[in-house]
Design a protein around this ligand. Structure first.
Ligand SMILES: Cc1cc2nc3c(=O)[nH]c(=O)nc-3n(C[C@H](O)[C@H](O)[C@H](O)COP(=O)(O)OP(=O)(O)OC[C@H]3O[C@@H](n4cnc5c(N)ncnc54)[C@H](O)[C@@H]3O)c2cc1C
Ligand code: FES
Length: 256
């Protein structure tokens, strides 16, 4: 990993989702689906960079995209930044999703900004896979317009909205569960709010489906030094105590 200068060359917005395309001074080295970067907020009194999943990437054109919503001061400041502003990116960081097995029946279940790692995942793997179903959860119709970014991918994407304004009416776990009654899966990938991931985990446990969960935690160094990102999440590699989301994760595997 290393530090890059990153210039905002374009930005777009779907409801509360902001997407920035950042031109880097050189190609982001050896990034893989599931990795994240630490991004400066452009405000001098906000020293810590914020972790953001790599939403999409062009190695040849040296850009990455990030998708974010406003959660607090840092992301609020980011949301106000004008194009052509230069930020700093540090990465790529964290582990990556294991490349999927072609013969497996796979599901992606993601809600809110938890969809962020899966555009890169689907762009990298969907054409090789015949048996992957994607379930995305949004608050409303405006957010679901982000699905425009997923058009053209050979992926079966279903979506749910909390207010019933588009797709399945209800939360994404209910949408996934309805499908699960008719269609068994070998493995599930998930990312989203903690309550959503808990529900997905319980379902997977009850059906004995293995799981890859991309976790969030507050971070400072992003490199396993400051210990600010500990989690007690149970996972296959856990021996005892806590794990570091930035270094051992953010993706953790669970078999049941
Ligand atoms: C590996 C990883 C990838 C991420 N990818 C994305 C992404 O693609 N898009 C996106 O919008 N967000 C992503 N996040 C979350 C994002 O980093 C936080 O929302 C952001 O750092 C909040 O900064 P802030 O200054 O706006 O909020 P703060 O003012 O620092 O906090 C606002 C609120 O958010 C909570 N919070 C802050 N950071 C986190 C965190 N990391 N996890 C959970 N709660 C937090 C605080 O407790 C507080 O309640 C990711 C986090 C991780 C760890
Ligand atoms: S963020 Fe410092 S150890 Fe994980």
């Amino acid at each position: 990993m290393k530090e890059y200068k990153a210039k905002i060359i374009s930005r777009r917005k779907y409801g509360s989702y902001h997407i920035f395309r950042l031109a880097l001074d050189t190609a982001l080295n050896q990034a893989k689906p599931g990795n994240f970067v630490l991004l400066s907020t452009g405000k001098s009194d906000q020293i810590l960079r914020r972790p953001m999943a790599i939403y999409s990437i062009s190695e040849s054109e040296h850009w990455i995209e990030i998708l974010f919503t406003v959660a607090g001061k840092g992301t609020f400041h980011l949301s106000q930044i004008e194009p052509d502003t230069c930020l700093s990116v540090f990465g790529p960081l964290g582990n990556a999703f294991d490349p999927p097995k072609k013969s497996s029946s796979l599901a992606i279940v993601a809600g809110g900004i938890g969809i962020a790692p899966f555009l890169y995942w689907l762009t990298s793997y969907a054409t090789e896979l015949t048996n992957v179903k994607t379930f995305f959860g949004f608050q409303n119709l405006e957010q679901s317009h982000v699905l425009a970014d997923f058009e053209g991918l050979s992926a079966d994407i279903q979506h749910a909205t909390d207010d019933g304004s588009s797709g399945f009416s209800g939360n994404v776990v209910e949408c996934f569960e309805a499908h699960l009654k008719k269609h068994p899966f070998d493995h599930v990938y998930t990312c989203g709010p903690p309550a959503m991931m808990d529900a997905v985990q319980s379902l997977c446990k009850s059906k004995k489906i293995s799981l890859s969960a991309s976790l969030e935690a507050r971070m400072a160094c992003g490199m396993g030094v400051c210990l600010s990102c500990v989690t007690d999440f149970e996972h296959d590699q856990k021996t005892q105590g806590y794990s570091l989301v930035c270094k051992q994760g953010p993706i953790f595997h669970q078999s049941f």
